[in-house]
Design a protein around this ligand. Structure first.
Ligand code: AMP
Length: 216
């Protein structure tokens, strides 16, 4: 099964992608995670991406399409995948379509996670993560047992610099301008399904499973 998860930042698509990938044995590819890792390692890709990410802007299409292309060529997506955070522009969606076609891979469904703007700002300003194991927390809905510490390894929790409210509002604007048109692109391909994601993670996961099992 090959899936694209679409939705504004903070819509919960990353959390859902991790759970679904685990349940179905799919490769979860978050371009945001790949880029953050590249920045941390100080690689060439990281150096090129860092400034855009800090401002909440998208990194250039060529850079990200090249990244996905190298993964497809290396066979990393062969056993089924969930793309989380890619594509994010119409040129990326067109690039993906061509790369998949050239490699005989079919995209089954694009799932859109729909959430209101104000809920997103609220969610992201309460988002914390563990720098050691990457477990996510959401204040006040999902608090750790000990304030500021990861339940699994006791590491000091951190916030992503781009979860600052002003940057979040910019990321939302970028989503509306550059990413939302992809919804129409996949609607036109008849593979878009929308899930109302302003619910608990378990309720949303149930809805995701229902959609995915209706396609098999
Ligand atoms: P995310 O973790 O998906 O919210 O991504 C964090 C940041 O990484 C974004 O704000 C962008 O700067 C960059 N990024 C991630 N995926 C893409 C993409 N497909 N195209 C362009 N920039 C991206």
């Amino acid at each position: 099964m090959n899936l694209v998860f679409l939705g504004p930042p903070g819509s919960g698509k990353g959390t859902q992608a991790v759970k679904l990938a685990q349940k179905l044995g799919l490769k979860h590819l978050s371009t945001g995670d790949v880029l953050r890792d590249a920045v941390k390692r100080g690689s060439e890709l990281g150096k090129q991406a860092e400034g855009y990410m800090k401002r909440g802007e998208l990194v250039p299409d060529g850079l990200i399409i090249g990244l996905i292309e190298s993964m497809i060529k290396a066979g990393e997506l062969n056993g089924g995948f969930i793309l989380d955070g890619f594509p994010r522009t119409v040129p990326q969606a067109l690039g993906l379509k061509e790369m998949l076609y050239n490699n005989d891979i079919n995209l089954d469904t694009a799932i859109l996670f729909a959430v209101d703007d104000e809920e997103i700002v609220k969610r992201l300003s309460g988002r914390w993560y563990c720098p050691k194991c990457n477990t996510g927390y959401n204040y006040p809905a999902q608090m750790p047992g000990v304030e500021g510490r990861c339940d699994k390894d006791n590491a000091q929790l951190r916030r992503r610099p781009d979860d600052d409210e002003a940057v979040v509002r910019n990321r939302l604007e970028v989503y509306k301008k550059q990413t939302k048109p992809i919804e129409d692109f996949y609607r036109g391909e008849s593979i878009l399904v929308e899930i109302k994601a302003q619910k608990t993670p378990d309720e949303v996961f149930e809805a995701v499973l229902k959609e995915v099992s209706s396609k098999t």
